[in-house]
Each structure stands twice: as structure tokens, then as C-alpha cells.
Design a protein around this ligand. Sequence first.
Ligand SMILES: Nc1ncnc2c1ncn2[C@@H]1O[C@H](COP(=O)(O)OP(=O)(O)OP(=O)(O)O)[C@@H](O)[C@H]1O
Ligand SMILES: [Mg+2]
Length: 254
Amino acid sequence: MTSTNRSGEVSIRDLCKSFVIGGRPLAVLRTLNLDISSGECLVIVGASGSGKTTLLRILAGLESADSGDVAIDGRPVSGVGAERAVIFQEPRLLPWLTVLGNVAFGLEIRGVPKREAEERARFYIALVGLAEFSDAWPSQLSGGMAQRVGIARALTVQPEILLLDEPLGALDAMTKIGMQEELARVWSEENVTMVMVTHDLEEAIYLADRVLILPKEKDGKARLIDIDLPRPRGRSESRFVRYREELLHEFGLH
Ligand SMILES: Nc1ncnc2c1ncn2[C@@H]1O[C@H](COP(=O)(O)OP(=O)(O)OP(=O)(O)O)[C@@H](O)[C@H]1O
Ligand SMILES: [Mg+2]
């Protein structure tokens, strides 16, 4: 089921975005340049208000830039596209559909015949460990299970790029660690480019090939840190801990 010929390369050139708040312009993204390679996992961190969600929404085509270029596989992004899937903090499942119905929904609205859509949906439901819950209703799921359904739903349309905005932010600490492991596995099995926003520095180090740190200050520069650690990663290994110290230091913390 996994597609091998995906690409999902992202190129961001001189990207600028500001908003007007209370009649005053607020520059959020200031001449951002970045290339994300096919199959990479890029994790975005930064203070609240630094523009993480804004950047993700521009990549998703839900928000337009003021200037600059964003291209995917060489094609300029304009509006949402089938090669990109977005996962938000809350999975927003349709309450009148079962797990299977929710996961198959995206394919059915794309015109895939019901049987084929359900077959593919079952594959991804199993991939996120919910095979026994295909017929459950969203109201019968825990928060972590619901978010897994959201991940399966996004993967079922076989996107080249998965965009995630704090997907595990609402989960308790234990569930979150399990889900991080699951995300790492799904990412490597599906060979998909992943761009994920998080507040959790450990999560960033656990998952990322590179961490992008967005600055909060007007004259600050975005920073990229390579996470050069073998996978699966051990959170208590000394190099992991050193990366955590390095990131904390970036935020002026110890
Ligand atoms: N639609 C909008 N209209 C006006 N201002 C906006 C809009 N969306 C975002 N902003 C402003 O842009 C800035 C960045 O917002 P954004 O949501 O991208 O931050 P963030 O890094 O995701 O923060 P958080 O960590 O709190 O989620 C904020 O100051 C916010 O007020
Ligand atoms: Mg945000």
C-alpha cells in the first residue's frame, strides 16, 4: 500500500507574512528561506506567537503569503492540494461516522469507490493500531485514539507531505510518548515528508531530522539544528540530553 515514488520537496524563498492587529502591522515571518527534502522530518519550534501555525498554514495553502515563494516539487503552492494533508491538535472527527467511515471519508469525497476506500482505510487504521475499533464511534474513543484516527485519515489519501500543528499537544504525558513512537514509525514506513509544529523540545529531538527555531524578536533570525542521532532514539542517551540542553539554551532556559 505504501507508495514509493512520492516526492514532497518543499522550497521556501524570501517568505514574508504580516498581520494587522489593532491597526498596526505585525511582521510574523520575515524573509524566511528554507528547503525541506523529500521524506525529511522537519520540526518547528518557537515561542508562542512566533509564527509556527502561520508558516504551517501557508504550506497547507490555507493562508497566503505577503511576498516570497513556496513551491512543492517545483510547483508554486496555491490553495490546498491533494499532495498535502494537515493534522491539527484536535482531530475533528465527524461524529455521525464510525472510525472506518471517518478514515474512508477523504477518499470517498475524492470519488474513490466505497469498497476500495474502505479497504485502504482499514490498512491505515491497522497501521495506527486501531483495527479492533473500526466500527467504534468517535464518542467512544480516548483522546489518543481519536488523534490516531486523525493520523490514519490523513495518511489514507497518501499525501506527499504531512503537516502537523501540535498533533499531540492535548494528550497526557504517557500517551504522548507512545504516540511519538507511533508517529516515528508511521513516518519511516510511509516515507512521507513531515513538517510538524510542537512546543515540546523532547518531542522535537525524538522525531526531527532538523529542528527549525522561529525567532520571536523582530530582528531575530530563524535557526536550524540538525539532529544527528540514530533511530530509534533513546531519550536518556547523553547526546539526546545534550540536544535538549542546546535547544533549551536557544530559548534562554537551562
Ligand atoms: N488571522 C490572523 N489575523 C491576525 N493576526 C494573526 C492571525 N493569525 C495569526 N496572527 C498573529 O500572528 C502571530 C503568530 O501567530 P501563530 O498562530 O502563527 O503563532 P504560533 O507560533 O503558532 O503560536 P502558538 O505557539 O501560541 O500556537 C501572532 O501574533 C498572532 O496574533
Ligand atoms: Mg500555533
